[in-house]
Design a protein around this ligand. Sequence first.
Ligand code: ADP
Length: 202
Amino acid sequence: MTQMASTSALPRLLLLAPPGAGKGTQGRRLAELFGVTHIATGDLLREHVATATPVGREAKSYMDAGELVPDPLVLTLVLDRIGGEPPLDGFVLDGFPRTVAQAEAAMRWAVDSDRTFHAVVSLEVPTPELIRRLLERGRASGRADDNEVTIAERLRVYEVKTAPLLAFYARRGLLLEIDGSGDPDLVFSRISEALTRLGVSS
Ligand code: ADP
């Protein structure tokens, strides 16, 4: 299946990157730039855990162990946010999809809802730098999964389950590979320039 980028005014972007690459920071800034909704599955899940909803109770053990939350649960969460009558127009999806099954479901939703994606932004950061950033975030914020053991597992899970999506989106002509090292402002300008070259601009 090939997918033509839609021509509608509001962009629909996906952020695909390993833990610690800066998805959250860049996702928020991109959403602000384009005036669209930022949907971070990690944030949504952490909210559910914090308020101990049934979703949160199911997700917690996976998140604490650095494993992915099961696809059906994540898909329900995301499709509830972007679905509806009419479906959401512009958005930045941050941390979703993370498995081939999620990507296939997202693509089906996009085609069925006439909301095909404009670009998938991949942030590339060397692994030692990812580990350094995550340990620092763990010290500063106390985020439960930012400890040495869980970080290693999240990076492993990323390589096995999520990295194959890079080829999935490259085949569809949607992948923008961005150098995610250095200052967040610099990374943001690299992303916006690449999007502009693709015809996505604010
Ligand atoms: P990071 O990218 O640093 O791991 P996130 O906040 O994106 O941080 O994700 C935190 C955790 O939430 C993940 O380790 C995983 O357990 C869960 N999670 C987030 N998004 C997904 C997803 N699309 N599919 C499955 N699990 C997810």
